[in-house]
Design a protein around this ligand. Structure first.
Ligand code: ZN
Length: 119
């Protein structure tokens, strides 16, 4: 059975989404300016490629994490729109409200989430 009153969760998800978009914008703005700064700093040095590459890998890793969180939030908002919010996407069990308050983007019940993380 899906959650009947999804409004509090919708509010939470929208807030998280706004925060994440802001973080991504900062991250992407910071990534390009820092990469330029590194390129200028290392210009002419033989190890420049390796140093800049590892810094960029870190930026991309952070970016990927924020992006996947954003995808989870969008998916949760989609489930609210289709009326299936609060149901585990794997087994269909109702996800406890306490879990949704802690992690409104959670797509699975604790049991299925643990199973998904093991694979
Ligand atoms: Zn489940």
């Amino acid at each position: 059975m899906a959650i009947q009153d999804t409004r509090p969760f919708q509010t939470l998800l929208r807030q998280q989404r706004t925060t994440l978009l802001g973080q991504l914008a900062t991250l992407r703005g910071g990534a390009s300016s820092r990469a330029e700064a590194s390129a200028a700093h290392y210009a002419g040095r033989e190890d420049s490629t390796a140093s800049v590459a590892s810094e960029r890998e870190l930026e991309f890793a952070l970016d990927a994490r924020e992006t996947s969180e954003l995808a989870a939030i969008d998916a949760a908002l989609q489930r609210i729109a289709t009326g299936t919010y609060g149901e585990c996407t794997d087994c269909g069990t109702e996800i406890p409200a306490a879990r949704l308050h802690a992690a409104p983007e959670a797509p699975r019940c604790v049991h299925c989430q643990e199973a998904a993380e093991k694979t």
